[in-house]
Design a protein around this ligand. Structure first.
Ligand code: ATP
Ligand code: MG
Length: 443
């Protein structure tokens, strides 16, 4: 070996051991394999729903310009005021981790010329969103949403179809006792009159309002109805209701929505205080929850002005989103589901040459779609057999030194406690035959 260069010690990587292990950021839990199996099941249900109703999947960047949410989600929304994660790039751009999907989708709709597609344009998304909130049950700082949007129609049938899709999704996931809460928050013609009356009403109760609501009264009086504080709840009961101020068009729209819900047999209640936390809604707003729990599983509504607000042509639209973690928690609590796909075969290698051969067998089995497990890190036959037993695999393929040299394998039937030597070339065929005789699906 040649002499080490002089600056060898200087270049040597200095490994520093941390004093304690690092933790994930607050409210952003890791998602481990078992939970991901459940999430995949949820995604499958979302995908089936999307395929049936003709929604195309859209992926937008996780980071967007902060001003998209300022204009889209709205400056008086809690999300923009308190919950956004923003950053400055080295080039000076101000970006935000998306706190929701809708403004991003509208941005993409406009940027990619989707306004020229035949209407309505139906899009769905699945992915993480970020909100700076106090973590607690069902509330995280990074959480997943599945999101459905229908762009380009003002027909109330699409308000109901959106609700139906989320209702179906929850039902497919066997979540029971669902309740749809619905309301209308009017349009630019009728809402200002309601808002004025609402403001006057809450002004007269100002001394009873929480500090946040006192501020909301100045910036957006409608938000007072969204307050979750116990002390503000009773004040809301007497507050003026939008339904008493609706213009003829909004009244007709809401009436049709209720009629469609009724005819579809969807369980709903009108909640006059439901305004939702985002600034862009018009007419219909909804949430779905379980009857025995106040926590919303999904929510959405119509937003007829947003496309125009973000620079496009006037385009009525409706959509909603469900929180994946809230679904996961519910399913975990109420259902026992076996998510693991069991391997059909277990492959054992004892020694170096057998390991080399086994890698080849593993590839042959993969190509034949025979789901095979291994535990190559264990050296002893006993430990590997124990693992096969634990996985309840019926057929075990063993490659020892002799078999590796002879190009054979030992095929062991764990159920019958028998074993025989099979030619390495024939093993896939032999396993296929036995699995077929046992009526076991290969994958
Ligand atoms: P909430 O009133 O519970 O704060 P929201 O009105 O802010 O909900 P949306 O913006 O409508 O929620 O988001 C749609 C769905 O996303 C909610 O119904 C909920 O299931 C889920 N969700 C919202 N915030 C969180 C969070 N911080 N952690 C986990 N899921 C969330
Ligand atoms: Mg919220």
């Amino acid at each position: 070996m040649g002499r080490r260069p002089k600056d060898y010690m200087k270049n040597k990587i200095k490994r520093v051991k941390m004093k304690s292990i690092l933790r994930a950021p607050k409210g952003m839990p890791d998602i481990l394999p078992e939970e991901n199996l459940l999430r995949r099941k949820i995604f499958k249900a979302v995908e089936e729903m999307a395929n049936f109703y003709g929604f195309g999947q859209i992926e937008t960047p996780i980071l967007e310009e902060t001003k998209l949410f300022l204009h889209g989600t709205g400056p008086t929304s809690e999300i923009v005021q308190k919950q956004m994660f923003t950053l400055k790039t080295p080039g000076g751009d101000i970006l935000a981790l998306r706190p929701e999907f809708t403004p991003n989708i509208i941005r993409a709709y406009l940027e990619n010329g989707m306004s020229n597609w035949s209407k309505p344009v139906k899009l769905f998304s699945w992915g993480p969103v970020f909100r700076y909130e106090q973590p607690q049950r069902g509330r995280y700082r990074q959480f997943w949403q599945c999101n459905f949007e229908i762009l380009g129609s003002s027909d109330p049938i699409y308000d109901v179809l959106t609700i139906q899709i989320f209702y179906n999704l929850l039902t497919e996931l066997k979540i029971k006792n669902l309740l749809i809460e619905i309301n209308t928050i009017g349009c630019d013609n009728c809402r200002p009159i309601w808002q004025k009356n609402l403001k006057n009403y809450f002004h007269s109760k100002q001394k009873f309002l929480c500090l946040d609501c006192k501020n909301r009264l100045k910036t957006n009086p409608l938000r007072t109805l969204d307050c979750k504080k116990e002390s503000c709840q009773s004040l809301k009961e007497e507050a003026p209701k939008m339904i008493d101020y609706l213009c003829p068009e909004c009244r007709k729209h809401f009436k049709q929505v209720l009629e469609f819900l009724e005819s579809m047999g969807l369980p709903y209640v009108i909640n006059h205080n439901l305004v939702r936390g985002l600034d862009y809604y018009t007419k219909t707003v909804f949430e779905i929850r379980k009857t025995d729990d106040n926590i919303a599983l999904c929510g959405g509504g119509r937003y007829d002005y947003l496309v125009e607000m973000l620079g496009g042509k006037s385009t009525p639209a409706v959509g909603g989103a469900a929180g994946v973690e809230r679904l996961v928690e519910l399913i975990k609590k109420s259902q026992k589901i076996d998510l693991f796909v069991k391997p059909k075969v277990f492959l054992i290698a004892i020694g170096e040459l057998p390991k080399q051969k086994s890698l080849k067998y593993l590839e042959l089995l993969r190509k034949a779609k025979i789901y095979t497990a291994e535990s190559f890190a264990h050296e002893s036959l006993k430990a590997q057999l124990r693992q096969a037993d634990k996985l309840e695999v019926r057929y075990v393929v063993i490659v020892g030194q002799k078999e590796a040299l002879d190009d054979t394998v030992i095929l062991r039937d764990m159920k019958a406690s028998t074993q025989e030597v099979v030619s390495g070339e024939k093993i896939v065929e032999e396993l296929k035959k036995r699995l077929k005789n046992d009526n076991i699906n290969i994958i």
